[in-house]
Write a new protein. Structure first.
Lengths: 723, 326
């Protein structure tokens, strides 16, 4: 039908008998759409690459078979019929087949009545299906806190997969299985909640059926008590902090935000509990605290004579002052305030948000919050908090509270900033910028110009350096840590890449302010330069190792990252377990090592703390109680709340939770105490107060050794020196 | 403990003690008009030193019971146990003038000889077996966990076979994770749902590279899968349940290899990856059986050595009291 008058780059076709001119390359589906003809489809969305898998958009182009219009480009002279009897019957059969494999009504249809498949099937008279239903269920996945997955309702249209990959570039979703067992999968078929899914919701809004639905659609709401009040979207929109939040979103997430009234002395949340909500105080005052920090776990012996058995005991801070303790004057918690070590109690008031890390990153509650007066607070789920944090009004209010109450503490928490004058702190409080980063987002890129200094306010940041073979992690930074000084003090370029590991919030000090600060305060400059030099030297040493260690296995087992390994020479070891028994004997009967693990040559790398250079265990601690001493030792501070996250994070299974008996207030009898068991994370302490670790000392066969892997394996790694 | 260069100091010291004792004994035996006697000063000295060595050797057991006591490295105690325990035999022979005497002393001498010989035998085993176990049992686990690992292997094999043959109706017995004393997990089992899957559809749908690298799932028809089903239910599963039973084809590496080679000719190529997994599972089960046997050799001799040592110390003390008093 292209005629001499058809402009270049356009094509003339006939659409249901009407002549139509469209740009060349346009799909038949789009040609119909722009000309007001609606072709039904399930797998196609305008913002996604068409794949033509549902075949519902078939049209008659005069060819032998019907064509899927979403993937069929127009051709000159093409005669397209979109609604012939043949086409309509084909669509109806397809809908019947899809409906036979679909729970009817699905969750989406039940709750909002907008399941696209069921709507189309009803319109086509294809419901209920005349075909037999599926007999074997494909199952549901309720592991995500934000999105419910019903594999039975999935029609394999792949809209969610393309949404995840093409629209959001998350690459979490894929397909698994074949035939009846085919379905969508997260990562390597992990449950959604355990996968790397960041719950952005793009898959959910792309899904045409009830396969992926907002959690509250299938009934997940915050547990409501007698003093809790669920709120309608229109009620919420009347409250100033919800100004600007999408009403549709609030409507969709009905039940994901609840208004609570807590009576005086009522517990709002408890430290160590796993939760998924944050609280925003509207009225009243609350006390935030952590239990009195438990004293150090110390292995000691010999006090009552030569033969005294070693035991792990709790030693008061006064009796066992750690060298560098003075600098940690505050305990970071998941609120807008830090707690003083000596008296870990603070007050929260109207406008304060707490539980943000718990809600966004699913970390355990870092502190106990008790109402000091009658308190009115909103409790919200992650999806609501996330959208609230994107709201400028709410955000500005939180930032103001933070600047007012906690920023000074954070700045002064950096040892070398302790000498800053009050005027300069005031200046910084006004001039710093508060920034948020999503998990995986790059904060600064190696090689780019350095223009700012950053202080970590919330979350964990990975510092890494690129080298020809890949990426080398240099450090993990948590609340109170800082980065960016090397670039500003040195050559003006970033020497490493810093990436947000989870929901991260940073305090950004501009390059100009930073330069003013180091010019005005010599102590700050000296301190920062010393730290920068120390970090540079450590990084260079690591990179030197990367270039010189030839053995893949050594790297893949993480041995290069270890500073101290417990190795068992298997050619000497008679598997008598004397090492395990000695460890258990030295630590209240609970061993901190397992005679099992990876082998490197003839050596077994036993499951015992490696004192890693790259200590993953430190990522996620809600109260920052696991940290590194200036020596090799990774220590767990007194205020550990026993949540067990470090034990989960250690890739080598080398941290355990150790029960200790402590005296606590007896709620039944005022003024009296009772014995309770409290968990505290423990890892190998290298029997630091003894000349030699007990496991090594007790090995009768010269098989157990605590070694620096780089020195010990030097010969094997071809570095020349003997082990 | 390995008998290597590190034993040199103790070996030389023991040799020096032996040679000097032998010289003293020879002069003493030649000078004594009635021949060497246990009751003489020199005889008593030999007896006392020999018995002291025995007591020191026996204290190794006590030392192991208190591993954290700072009373010398356990390694030094073990070396002392080996060499001084060995020296006890010639010293006691010098004490008795190579005569076994009455009933009690005769029993004592035999006990001493058997104890020392069993110790030497044990030392030999502890010298040779650890390297053998290290090389033969690459997938060694904690001895007490062997039963549990076997159960996990059986379940893994069940899953692998069911992925090809469909449901076999087999019971699932283990928990998802093995817990050990101390509250931590020694064995990290992979949940069935975590087995990576891949289909060509996933690749075309833009699945991530990690997904694309995983093996595919293929369900064979009943006819195709019959040889595997038969082999698994009639032979392999029995082997996994009772791998210690002798005479099984899968208990022998060469025969097992030939069995799996035969199966490969009967099953379609798509099933060969799973067959390789099953072969690996059999190999691991075989290694665990080997570990158990070696473990029994490594520690079984102590069942003889320890009671004899205790009896020796007890009877030796009775002999000393009786001889000195009466």
């Amino acid at each position: 039908m292209t005629t001499a008058t058809t402009p270049l780059g356009f094509v003339d076709i006939s659409l249901d008998g009407q002549p139509v001119r469209v740009p060349a390359g346009t799909s038949v589906f789009d040609a119909a759409r722009v000309n007001g003809i609606n072709i039904p489809t399930l797998c196609h969305l305008q913002n996604q690459t068409p794949v033509g898998v549902c075949r519902l958009c078939v049209v008659d182009t005069g060819a032998r078979v019907l064509a899927a219009s979403c993937v069929r480009p127009v051709e000159p002279g093409m005669k397209v019929v979109t609604n012939s009897e043949k086409v309509v019957n084909a669509r109806k059969t397809l809908l019947e087949l899809l409906m036979s494999d679909h729970p009817w009504p699905c969750a989406r249809q039940q709750n909002s009545g907008d399941c696209e498949l069921e709507t189309l099937a009803k319109a086509a008279g294809a419901s209920p299906s005349r075909f037999a239903k599926r007999t074997v269920a494909r199952g549901k996945d309720d592991s995500s806190l934000a999105i419910a997955v019903d594999h039975d309702a999935c029609i394999l249209c792949d809209r969610c997969i393309r949404a995840c990959d093409e629209v959001k570039s998350n690459f979490v979703l894929g397909r698994m299985g074949k035939g009846y067992s085919a379905g969508i999968a997260f990562d390597l078929n992990s449950p959604m909640g355990d996968s790397t899914c960041i719950s952005c919701g793009e898959c959910m809004v792309s899904c045409p059926t009830g396969a992926l639905t907002n959690k509250n659609v299938v009934g997940t709401v915050i547990a409501a008590g007698p003093d809790a009040q669920g709120l309608q979207a229109e009620d919420l929109l009347q409250i100033p902090v919800f100004n600007g939040v999408s009403g549709t979103f609030l409507e969709l997430n009905r039940g994901a935000i609840v208004k609570h009234r807590f009576r005086k002395d009522q517990i709002i949340c408890r430290e160590g509990e796993f939760g998924s909500t944050a609280f925003y105080i509207l009225e009243g005052k609350a006390k935030v605290s952590i239990s009195t920090p438990m004293a150090h776990v110390k292995t000691q012996g010999g006090a009552k004579g030569f033969f005294k058995r070693l035991t792990s005991t709790l030693v008061a801070r006064e009796e066992d002052q750690r060298e560098e303790e003075a600098r940690d004057r505050t305990i970071p918690i998941d609120a807008s305030v830090d707690l003083a070590y000596g008296n870990p109690v603070a007050e929260l008031g109207p406008g304060d948000l707490f539980g943000e890390m718990t809600c966004m990153n699913f970390y355990p509650r870092s502190a106990t919050v008790i109402a000091q007066s009658d308190v009115v607070a909103f409790e919200m789920l992650r999806n609501v908090l996330d959208i609230m944090l994107k709201n400028k009004t709410f955000r500005a209010q939180l930032d103001h509270t933070y600047r007012r109450r906690a920023l000074e503490n954070h700045l002064r928490g950096v040892p070398m900033f302790a000498g800053l004058s009050s005027e300069f702190i005031e200046h910084l409080k006004k001039s710093v910028e508060l920034q948020r980063y999503a998990p995986g987002q790059v904060i600064v890129q190696q090689g780019t110009p350095a223009d700012s200094f950053y202080l970590v306010r919330i979350g964990f940041v990975k510092v890494s350096e690129n080298y020809p073979g890949g990426e080398l992690v240099l450090a993990y930074l948590s609340r109170g840590d800082y980065f960016g000084e090397i670039g500003l003090l040195g050559g003006g370029f970033r020497t490493a890449t810093c990436t947000a590991l989870d929901h991260v919030e940073l305090v950004r000090i501009s390059g100009d302010d930073f330069r003013d600060m180091v010019a005005l305060f010599a102590s700050v400059r000296i301190g920062l330069e010393a730290v920068a030099a120390e970090r540079r030297a450590a990084n260079q040493q690591r990179m030197h190792m990367v270039h010189n260690v030839p053995i893949d296995q050594f790297l893949s087992q993480g041995l290069m990252e270890a500073q101290s390994l417990l190795i068992l020479d298997l050619e000497n070891c008679t598997r008598c377990d004397a090492c395990v028994n000695a460890c258990a004997d030295a630590h209240d009967g609970i061993t901190r090592l397992v005679r099992d693990g990876l082998r490197f040559d003839q050596y077994l790398v036993a499951t015992s703390c490696r004192q890693c250079r790259d200590p993953l265990c430190m990522v996620g601690c809600p109260v920052g109680s696991i940290r590194r001493r200036n020596s090799l030792e990774v220590i767990i501070e007194d205020w550990c709340i026993g949540c067990g996250l470090c034990a989960q994070n250690c890739p080598y299974g080398n941290i355990n939770l150790h029960p200790f008996e402590v005296l606590v207030d007896d709620p039944g009898r005022t003024g009296s105490k009772k014995t309770a068991i409290r968990q505290k994370a423990t890892s190998c302490d290298l029997c630091m107060n003894l000349k030699e670790p007990s496991c090594v000392y007790a090995c009768p066969h010269d098989a157990a050794h605590r070694v620096d892997p780089r020195t010990f394996f030097a010969t094997m790694l071809g570095q020349g020196s003997a082990k | 403990m390995r008998m290597d260069q590190t034993q040199r100091g103790w070996a030389l010291a023991a040799l020096a003690i032996l040679v000097s004792s032998a010289v003293v004994y020879v002069f003493y035996a030649l000078d004594a008009p009635q021949g060497p006697r246990g009751g003489s000063i020199i005889g008593l000295t030999f007896g006392a030193v020999g018995f002291a060595f025995m007591i020191f050797s026996a204290l190794l057991g006590a030392r192991k019971r208190v591993p954290t006591w700072r009373v010398g490295r356990a390694q030094a105690w073990m070396r002392g146990h080996l060499w001084l325990g060995l020296l006890a035999l010639p010293l006691i022979l010098f004490h008795g003038g190579f005569l076994f005497g009455g009933l009690l002393t005769r029993v004592l001498m035999w006990l001493l000889m058997i104890t020392v010989l069993s110790g030497v035998f044990g030392a030999g085993l502890q010298h040779y077996i650890p390297p053998v176990m290290t090389s033969d049992v690459r997938l060694e686990t904690i001895y007490d966990e062997i039963g549990r690992v076997r159960t996990l292997l059986r379940e893994e094999a069940d899953r692998a076979v069911e992925s090809l043959c469909g449901s076999l109706g087999l019971p699932k017995t283990s928990d998802q994770q093995g817990r050990r004393a101390g509250g931590f997990t020694a064995l990290r089992t992979m949940a069935a749902s975590a087995v990576p899957l891949r289909t060509s559809a996933a690749v075309s749908a833009g699945a991530s590279a990690a997904v694309a690298a995983a093996p595919e799932i293929i369900l064979l028809s009943a006819e195709e899968s019959a040889p595997l089903r038969r082999f698994y239910l009639d032979e392999m599963r029995l082997f996994l349940e009772r791998s210690k039973q002798r005479g099984q084809r899968l208990g022998d590496a060469a025969k097992a290899s030939s069995v799996f080679a035969g199966l490969r000719t009967l099953l379609p190529a798509a099933a060969h990856v799973t067959l390789a997994d099953l072969e690996d599972i059999c190999d691991e089960a075989r290694q665990l059986t080997r570990q158990e046997r070696l473990h029994h050799w490594l520690h079984g001799w102590l069942l003889l050595h320890i009671p004899l040592s205790l009896a020796l110390i007890l009877l030796g003390a009775i002999h000393a009291v009786m001889a000195l008093r009466y």
